[in-house]
Design a binder for this molecule. Structure first.
Ligand code: ARG
Length: 555
């Protein structure tokens, strides 16, 4: 419907489709219609009074799906015919089902999302959990906009700290502990080594050996890497999140020379106290450290090399990095270096940043009782709480209880994060996330399950329906359902999954209002009412799936 309004405006204004799309607004109140087109910019080009232009254009627009076209000052207001809107929207949703909201606009373009990217031999951090959840949602959203998505897990598996861990392991390591709880053991070693001044130099030497390809050192490192990945995979499996590519910083060992050569050739590299840097002071970005005085490469060197590699490999239209805000400077620096190297595609790189998870007391999430927090424990604890909540309501078999509790726990955590703009800091409070009421994941799952139970009770099957006289609640809900494809497009454009999360909450609330007021079962408009319930549940499901949340048919 919006599409037809746009096309008719294109016809009468001689503007392009994109220009009209940009100008078309949603008015602040329904008394001003469903869409409004302002004529100010036309007034400038045509050198005519905007009110007059609005009058003239409005007369030329005739569309059968419009009740009326009204002029208010310099605005043309469009009032949709609600019964054709209802018919089109419901039919569209019920026909497209799981594909409703998808578009094919981004066809053949590739989007690479660097996401999760934890560091081996260290606990999977809470910041990595954010990156995993947001990156996964962004991947789904990009896909539903018709893009090809590559979710890439770029492990932190190279750099001086690993020299320290390896040297420390040789000193204090225990093979049994390593097999049993690899990350815990290696992290303890790392902490011990970091407090030991003598390990500083030894760590550096060991990392040099690693960069030079010393067999024994490499073998130990490989073991650490493999054991870490095994642990991370357990977590990913629990989260139901996977990647198209798992790579890591180590992949670029031995491949950085061309980067160094290119930087030199382009006169970008300068000596700074024996180290090699790119000076970015001109851009207020300080200096980007490329090579230490002992020849060791750095995080930025690897990221520059990796970006060039990704560009070559994937011909991506976008290289996204879903990484915490604290690395803002790092990304600005290496994007700038790529640009200075003359890589025109550097403009396609973006740091899609996120804020912090804060503890319920509002402070930074630190170690608990001096112990490191393991993400799997957090998920398991949330699942236990969800079980208690379910047990209060109904008796289930053990298997069903486990299944539902995990789904509810994940919905709670994912939604608790994604309902906020990613740049915001979030209080990570599973008790609040888990509430069955209010703006939470479980509330949305519950609303979905309730809609499905209505359909089950009525033994609903898709049939033809007639559009009755619509109540305000029905009109609102239908109008909102019709906007889902636009929201999906906007969420991708702004790289903001919270747009989808907020949308899901909005339709759930509108549904609950409608359901309170209007009798469906055994009413004269039962067929229409059920079609609306079905269209709503489908749209809610599609929204939640975009966020990486799976629905429960019963709850
Ligand atoms: N491993 C890094 C960390 O934990 C994140 C890596 C992000 N991706 C990148 N290409 N730099 O801080």
């Amino acid at each position: 419907m919006k599409e037809n309004i746009i096309l008719s405006l294109v016809k009468v204004t001689n503007l392009t489709k994109e220009e009209v799309e940009k100008l078309l607004e949603i008015p602040p109140g329904s008394e001003l219609g469903d869409f409004a087109f302002p004529c100010f910019s036309l007034a400038q080009t045509l050198k005519k009074n905007p009110n007059k232009i609005a009058q003239e254009l409005a007369q030329k627009i005739k569309l059968k799906e419009l009740d009326k076209v009204e002029v208010k000052g310099p605005y043309i207001n469009f009032f949709l015919n609600k019964s054709s809107l209802a018919e089109n929207t419901l039919n569209e949703i019920l026909k497209q089902k799981d594909k409703y909201g998808y578009s094919t606009e981004g066809k053949r373009k590739t989007v690479v999302i660097d996401m999760s990217s934890p560091n081996i031999a260290k606990p999977f951090g809470i910041g990595h959990l954010r990156s995993t959840i947001i990156g996964n949602a962004l991947g789904n959203i990009a896909k539903s906009n018709g893009h090809k998505v590559i979710k890439l897990n770029y492990l932190g598996d190279w750099g001086t700290p690993f020299g320290k861990v390896i040297a420390g392991y040789k000193k204090w390591g225990d093979a049994k502990k390593l097999e049993k709880e690899p990350i815990k053991h290696l992290y303890e070693i790392y902490v011990q080594a970091s407090q030991d001044e003598g390990m500083e130099e030894l760590g550096r030497q060991t990392f040099r050996k690693l960069e030079e390809g010393d067999k024994e050192t490499l073998a130990i490192w490989k073991k650490f890497r493999q054991l870490s990945i095994m642990e991370f995979n357990k977590l990913y499996e629990k989260l139901g999140i996977s990647f198209n590519v798992t790579s890591g910083e180590s992949e670029y060992n031995n491949k950085m020379q061309p980067t160094l050569d290119e930087l030199k050739e382009k006169n970008l590299l300068v000596e700074d106290q024996g180290a090699k840097v790119v000076n970015l002071e001109k851009y207020n970005l300080g200096v980007c450290l490329i090579q230490k005085s002992d020849g060791a490469t750095l995080y930025a060197t690897r990221d520059i090399t990796a970006a060039i590699d990704r560009h070559k490999k994937y011909h991506a239209s976008q290289l996204l990095y879903e990484v915490g805000q604290e690395q803002k400077l790092h990304f600005k620096q290496f994007f700038k270096v790529l640009e200075l190297m003359g890589h025109e595609w550097a403009k396609n790189c973006a740091h899609v940043d996120h804020g912090l998870y804060l503890a319920p007391d509002g402070k930074k999430f630190a170690t608990r009782k001096g112990k490191t927090i393991f993400m799997e424990d957090i998920i398991d604890e949330t699942k236990e709480l969800a079980k208690q909540e379910i047990a209060k309501r109904e008796k289930l078999s053990q298997k069903e209880l486990e299944h539902r509790a995990l789904k509810i726990a994940l919905a709670a955590i994912f939604y608790g994060d994604l309902k906020n703009h990613r740049s915001a800091d979030i209080i990570f409070d599973v008790n609040r996330f888990l509430s069955f009421e209010g703006n939470t994941g479980p509330y949305l799952l519950y609303t979905y399950a309730r809609a499905k139970s209505i359909l089950r009770k009525a033994k609903y099957k898709k049939t033809k329906f007639k559009i009755p006289e619509l109540s305000p609640e029905e009109k609102q809900l239908i109008l909102q359902l019709s906007k889902f494809p636009e929201e999906v497009a906007k969420a991708y454009k702004d790289l903001a999954p919270n747009i989808i999360a907020n949308y899901a909450y909005q339709i759930a609330q509108q549904f609950n209002e409608f359901y309170h007021k209007i009798k469906i079962l055994n009413s004269e408009n039962e067929k229409f009412g059920l079609a609306l319930v079905s269209a709503f549940s489908q749209t809610l499901k599609n929204s939640l799936n975009l966020l990486g949340i799976e629905v429960l048919e019963q709850m």
